[in-house]
Design a protein around this ligand. Structure first.
Ligand code: 2AM
Length: 180
């Protein structure tokens, strides 16, 4: 079995910058730079043979390259308080369209049961467990104006995810080009 998701990579320099912003909030586990990405679709655990079908399906996704921009930070809350700190992604029509195309491609793969949660494009900066409320608020307020230079998304990837360590390890298994 292999745990998979489909995502857009972030440019290396931006990843370094975002990872360096971390620290100083007790109860926040920061994502290492290598882990920063924009999930298009979480797939979960699948059999290796299904993974081959997923690659074929994603090969059939044709969409244009487009500009991506991050804008500010936010929190995902659960009943027990904030659980995730993220950099928000500007939800451009091209990004929404790509997510829809990926979703439609995966829907045609037999044996896949993809969650159909509403797409809230984001970059997970930190996972939170009883975070220091004051420090967290200061970080969110202090980074409301986060607006790094936009970049051109010209490919996406099928990533594997190995969990269990301090941080998950994400590896691009296959790349899929967007059209220029
Ligand atoms: P998150 O960072 O917002 O938690 C790999 O696990 C990627 O898939 C993460 O970016 C994670 O988003 C996303 N993902 C979406 N749904 C998931 C789920 N049910 N379980 C684990 N990861 C999920």
């Amino acid at each position: 079995m292999i745990r998979l998701f489909v995502a857009l990579p972030l440019p290396p320099l931006l990843r370094q910058t975002l990872a360096l912003a971390g620290g100083g909030i007790p109860g926040a586990r920061w994502s290492p730079a290598d882990n920063l990405h924009i999930t298009l679709k979480f797939i979960g655990e699948v059999d290796e043979r299904v993974a081959d079908d997923i690659v074929s399906a994603l090969d059939g996704v044709h969409a244009p390259a487009f500009e991506v921009a991050l804008r500010g930070v936010g929190l995902f809350e659960s009943g027990k308080g904030p659980r995730l700190l993220y950099a928000a992604v500007v939800p451009s029509p091209a990004l929404i369209d790509l997510e829809k195309r990926v979703e439609a491609a995966l829907a045609r793969v037999p044996g896949l049961d993809i969650d159909d949660r509403r797409f809230v494009p984001h970059v997970t900066l930190a996972r939170l467990k009883a975070p220091d409320a004051g420090r967290l608020r200061a970080f969110v307020e202090g980074n409301g104006g986060l607006a790094p230079p936009p970049w051109r998304a010209d490919r996406f990837a099928l990533y594997s995810s190995v969990t269990g360590g301090e941080h998950p390890v994400y590896t691009p298994e296959e790349w899929f080009d967007l059209e220029e």
